[in-house]
Design a binder for this molecule. Structure first.
Ligand code: PSU
Ligand code: MN
Length: 317
């Protein structure tokens, strides 16, 4: 399948990426493709909910005539577009070590022939290389609590500033420092917009974070307009879609997050292991309610992302 690439592969050797014929065909013919991350499958949700959710997100996207491209790494090969079986390989409780892959992890995981779940930053690297403009996820990484001292700031933020892609999310969980994350996004030039929320930036499990987004858009067409114009700046758009229905009270989720962070600290969990650990502890402490919330917003974001992609391409044609 190597012959027929019309699109340009930027910053990443195309010989390291296996692109499915569907994705390749859509990109060559300027049809919409939505990228999906795989760290969600490998480190975000437990088996089998992870695989079910990944397939359901793909299903929602396909039902809008859009090609989903779940991006991940299997045996040291980057996959852009994965079949059910490949998603299952990444989703199964790891027989083989599965690495959480941000930009810095590619050299190791590829050269060692490992499996990897790409985070928002890792997925953006590949999506940008292939010219994919849309990306749907749940929550992105950010500045961790006390990040001003530890410098634990997710690579997602700087990566968003490097590519003119719209990332549809439900905002940032309050396991992170939302205020400092928004400040950092401003510094690196990322356009942050809330979707239909009167400007309040959502906090993933809840509609409100107490912080304002720079802008608020109220339709797929307006969101598509942001993507169109960010092609001029070359930096991305973080679209924050508030959860439709709050299933957890803010006080309960805040309590669970506080407890989870304390356990994390006590156990000496460090660096890239912090986010997955805190997420699974919060799920345990809320008896799975946080996980159900996570799944339902992932589906809603898939729907919103699909509508924006349709709108974007209808303007082009
Ligand atoms: N935030 C969530 N759920 C997630 C993640 C973040 O609410 O699953 C995952 C994403 O893959 C994100 C990564 O890119 O964690 C960020 O990890 P870190 O904080 O180590 O950069
Ligand atoms: Mn980190």
């Amino acid at each position: 399948m190597k012959g027929n690439f019309k699109y340009v592969c930027r910053y990443f050797s195309r010989s390291s990426i296996d692109v499915t014929p569907e994705v390749k065909n859509a990109l060559n013919n300027k049809k919409p493709v939505i990228a999906l991350e795989s760290a969600l499958i490998t480190h975000g949700l437990p088996y089998p909910k992870n695989v079910e959710t990944a397939l359901e997100m793909e299903h929602i996207i396909k039902s809008h005539n859009i090609i989903p491209a779940t991006i991940g790494i299997i045996n040291g090969r980057v996959k852009a577009g994965m079949c059910h079986e490949q998603i299952n390989v990444l989703g199964l409780p790891a027989e083989k070590k599965t690495v959480k892959v941000s930009r810095r992890d590619f050299p190791y995981v590829l050269s060692q022939g490992l499996n990897g779940g790409t985070t928002v930053s890792g997925t953006l690297v590949i999506a940008n290389a292939l010219g994919i403009k849309f990306f749907v996820t749940g929550g992105i990484g950010g500045v961790h609590i006390d990040g001003q001292n530890s410098l634990d700031i997710s690579a997602d933020l700087i990566e968003l500033s490097r590519c003119a892609i719209i990332v549809v999310s439900a905002g940032i969980k309050s396991i992170l420092d939302i205020g400092r994350t928004l400040e950092y996004l401003e510094t690196v030039g990322v356009c942050v917009a809330s979707y239909d929320s009167n400007g309040e930036f959502p906090a993933f499990y809840t509609k409100q974070s107490g912080y304002q987004s720079v802008c608020n858009v109220t339709s797929p067409s307006e969101a598509a307009g942001l993507l169109e114009q960010c092609q001029n700046t070359g930096s991305g758009v973080l679209l924050a879609v508030p959860i439709l229905e709050e299933r957890i009270k803010k006080t309960d989720i805040d309590k669970a997050i506080k407890n989870a962070r304390q356990i994390c600290e006590k156990q000496g969990i460090m660096g890239k292991n912090i986010t997955p650990f805190v997420l699974s502890e919060v799920s345990r402490l809320t008896k799975g309610l946080s996980m159900d919330t996570n799944i339902s917003l992932l589906k809603n974001n898939s729907l919103v992302g699909s509508k924006i992609a349709m709108e974007y391409y209808s303007k082009l044609s």
